[in-house]
Unconditional design. Sequence first.
Length: 119
Amino acid sequence: MRRQKGLTLSGFIMWAILVVIVLLLGFKLAPPYMEFQAIQKLMKNLANDPGLRVGDYRKMIGGNFALRGGIDNITSLSANDLVINKEGEKVVITADYVVRVPIVGNINACIDFSASSEK
């Protein structure tokens, strides 16, 4: 006689529940990481902007970040949270921020981000 091979119904349900939990966590945690990538890109673009070589670059970067951040739907970080330094001829923009993502009930995922125009 041959032994039957395959997946039982209870085994399938257990694997399905595990896959659904992992997918739900991924769907909840993906938007903050995508926003972080948008912030990194925006900081690099602002730091490499040739119009920032003269004048009050802090005020210009803050205004441009607010305008462009509105377009990219950046809500975790404001222009006031940016740390702007000028090293020689180069402008370096950095920001450290925390995003709390509610998972279920009282359970939150707390994600620390450190964005910079140099990375």
